[in-house]
Ligand binder design. Structure first.
Ligand code: ZN
Length: 182
């Protein structure tokens, strides 16, 4: 585990399917990783990023939907209410957009980067983003929400993403086709 040299892991990388471990103790190294994750999220014009997306199998996420940066450790959803459907993209599944039905309001309990317990009520896009990132910590991806028709559309793309060599760069058109990147 090292905060330098982190980069976005792409669909097909096994780390994206692992369940992230809970942090027992937050070390300065974890704080460095949270800072690097925030930097990568902003560089990629994302609004959220989970640690498995940069190859780290631990329960940390960062989120900024325009109302400030949240760095969260061990986040859990303790309340859900209502439904919303938004078209979501994922920095780890470039070029794929999926309509995902989620709760419209959630309450998340987590720790901040110094270990203080925080209670976060969220609604709309913010709630969507938190649910997307917490899904990552369980190894769940937007493609798991794909309808039968969606699957027909994205199967080719997914097998191409899986097969591409690790160092192969993605073309610009592949990376940004969905408005929301999480
Ligand atoms: Zn994602």
């Amino acid at each position: 585990m090292n905060a330098t040299g982190l980069k976005i892991r792409i669909y097909g990388d096994p780390v994206l399917r692992k369940k992230a471990k809970e942090l027992k103790r937050i070390t300065p190294e974890h704080q460095d990783i949270l800072s690097s994750m925030s930097r990568i999220m902003y560089e990629q014009s994302g609004i959220g990023l989970a640690a498995p997306q940069v190859g780290i199998n631990e329960a940390m996420i960062v989120v900024d939907v325009g109302s400030g940066l949240y760095k969260l450790v061990n986040p859990k959803i303790i309340k859900r209410e209502g439904t919303q459907v938004l078209e979501e993209g994922c920095l780890s599944v470039p070029g794929v957009c999926i309509k995902v039905r989620r709760a419209n309001k959630v309450v998340v309990v987590a720790q901040d980067e110094i270990g203080k317990i925080v209670n976060i009520p969220a609604e709309g896009l913010f709630a969507c983003c938190l649910q997307h990132e917490i899904d990552h910590l369980r190894g769940k991806l937007i493609v798991d929400y794909a309808s039968f028709v969606d699957k027909l559309k994205i199967n080719k793309k997914l097998s191409r993403l899986e097969k591409r060599s690790k160092d192969e760069e993605l073309s610009q058109s592949e990376t940004k086709s969905c408005k929301l990147q999480l």
